[in-house]
Design a protein around this ligand. Sequence first.
Ligand code: DC
Length: 219
Amino acid sequence: MVNGDGEPTAPLVIAIDGPAGAGKSTVGRALADRLSVGYLDTGAMYRAMTFAALRRGVVEGALDEVAAMAPTVDITIEGDTVIVDGVDATVAIRGREVTEAVSQISANPVVREVLVDRQRAWVSEHGGGVVEGRDIGSVVFPGAQLKLYITASARVRAERRVREIGGDIDQVEASIIKRDRVDSSRDHSPLTEAEGAVVVDTTGVSIDAVVTHILELLR
Ligand code: DC
C-alpha cells in the first residue's frame, strides 16, 4: 500500500486481546466487516493444533512430542470452516475435549512459535486485518495501529457462554476463571494488556455500541 505521496504505508492491523467470552470475536468480526478487511481468529488455530494433538494421541505426551508435531499440522481457516490435516474440524474444535486441552497445548513454546509465524504470514498475505487472540498486541503485532483489550466480568462472560452452548452457570463461570488463570500465568506469552492497548469493558454494553466506540477511536 502507498500513501498520497507514493510512500509505502504499513497495512492496517487491529490487535484484539482479552479473556475468553469477553466478546472479542463478535466485535472483531463486526469491525472487520465495517472496515472491509480480513479477520483472523488465532484461538481457532490453537484449537486446531489441539484437535490434531488429540487425534495423534500426543496431548498427554511429553512437551517434545507436541513440539515435533506442531510444524507438520496443516490448518486451513476459511470463514468459519476449519480444516485440520484434511479433516473438517469446525465443530470439534469448539467441543469439550478440545476446550479442556487447549490451554495445555497453547502453553507449548514451539506451538506458539509455529502459529505466530503463520499469523504474521496471514497478515502479510491479506495486507492487514483484524487479528484476535491473547498475545496479539503484546507479541505478534506490537506495532499494530490499534490495540484493544476487550474484557467483561467473569459472570457476564459465563452468562454469554451458557446462552451460546448451555450448561450450568456456576460451573461455566468456574471453568472460565480457571482458564483465565492458566492463560495469564503461563511462562510463554501470557494473557496481558499490551502496552498502549485501549481497555474496552463490554459488561452491560451492546456489541453495536462497542463497535461504534472503536470506529471512533480509529478516526
Ligand atoms: O479464543 P479461544 O477461547 O478460542 O482460544 C482458545 C485457547 O487458545 C485459549 O485457552 C487461549 C489460547 N490462545 C492463546 O494462547 N493465544 C492466542 N493468541 C489465542 C488463543
